[in-house]
Ligand binder design. Sequence first.
Ligand code: CA
Length: 532
Amino acid sequence: MSVRQTCLALGLIALLFPGIAHAAGSEAPARPNILFIMSDDHTKRAISAYGVDLAETPNIDRIANEGVLFRNAFVTNSICSPSRAVMLTGKFSHFNGVRDNGQPFDGSQPTWPKMLRALGYQTSIIGKWHLKSEPVGFDEWQVLIGQGEYYSPRFKNKDGIDQYDGAYVTDKITDIAIATLEARDKSRPFMMLYHHKAPHRNWMPRADDLDRAEASQFPLPPDFFDTFERRPAAKEADMLIADMFLSYDMKLQPGEYDTETGSGGAHHLPNRAELGESVWAQDYARLTPDQKEKWDAYYSAVNAEYQAVKDDPAALARWKYQRYLSDYMGTVKALDDNIGRMLDYLDANGLSENTIVVYTSDQGFYLGEHGWYDKRFMYEQSMSTPLALRYPAAVAPGQTVDALVQNIDLAPTFLDYAGAAVPQEMQGYSLAPLTAADTVNQGPWRTGLFYHYYGEPGGWHNVPEHYGIRTRRHKLIHFKGEHDHWEMYDLETDPRELKNLYGLAEHADLQADLHEQLEALRVHYGDPHAGH
Ligand code: CA
């Protein structure tokens, strides 16, 4: 058997019997440390390792360059709490019980942190948790309350709530994470979930980063003024940048505009304008006087630009887009700086070689594609997510992987690298074989991804429940609800997913084939809710 054949066989074994093929296990030192870095709403387009020029992220790039960059990583359900539950359990939403942001995580179910703790790992979660129930399975935990606050953040822990007046959330999460590593029992391997709030809405940068040089002009996506032909669900979604709040999103202060005109995704709420203004007032009030001085010095000038565009809807939308991207990238800068601090800490303490560092986000995000912000849809920008893995002791640097991977794979991957058995009930596959040799990247890996978004309680952003399949080239989606319609895309000829091919006679064979593959995946993953 050739090396390539052996690798293909290993890949097949991993596919059929995840947990058996420990590609790294035979050579790697026993029990690597694990640092699982996750951010919130960080799209691949805002990471320079992916070759896009919107943000410079030299420290996230270090993880990718010194390890593996996954170019086709996706989520199963593009929304915050459900993604976190998937990553803890290795199971789809219909099995882990968190289908939307309204459902609390049942901490009594099996998770990979619990399994590693039982093996002797010292386990911790620092930062964003956002699963309503308290963390279970961690020796140490300090987590933000709900979505958390950018300034003067509060952290909940076993003893109560601590508020850090004047601190910036991304800096403080890192301070606590490093202090927790410093105080750990150094005779045991550690596993830490180092999870950031940034770059989640409403994108409040660090006061000292506001006047950074790159906050200038961002290119407008060609589909920014999308008209949504043959895509009724997308047409009715309330996530246009043009409809962002002037207050909460754009950060205009009272007196800098006449009336709040944005819906902010809360089209259904009669008091949406007051909501945007009151939440923004609360967020701004968390800044110290010194921070407010820097904040006002920067924003008073850019806020004044509003007067010149307020009466022209297209000009106002373009202006909002620039403001949005500038603030988003501002929060990414602090995120990347702090990941650099953490990587430096690992280096300085001799931990880098035997620590698996994973960087990902809970999902992707729209940066103006279709004119949107937010996530939820099965379209590429929000179904995809960044993923990089570094493990110098066992994984060669400078690799890229094109295989279709999904966030259900993370739990099996961590267990596999730690030498633990992967429970049969986990629905993903260890990524270790993919990181062991380039030759398996195109091997017998999965050929289609299953996706299911369940809608949002309360109707925020007005995106209906939908499910579908993404293959390497095509996508088939069924939108439930009022319109009950299907969409089909050829990602090779139409990467922006603007031409819905469903129902066109010339694509009938492809359509039938995708229907068959989708049904096979639905059965494979045991999803009882997909279908008519
Ligand atoms: Ca999120």
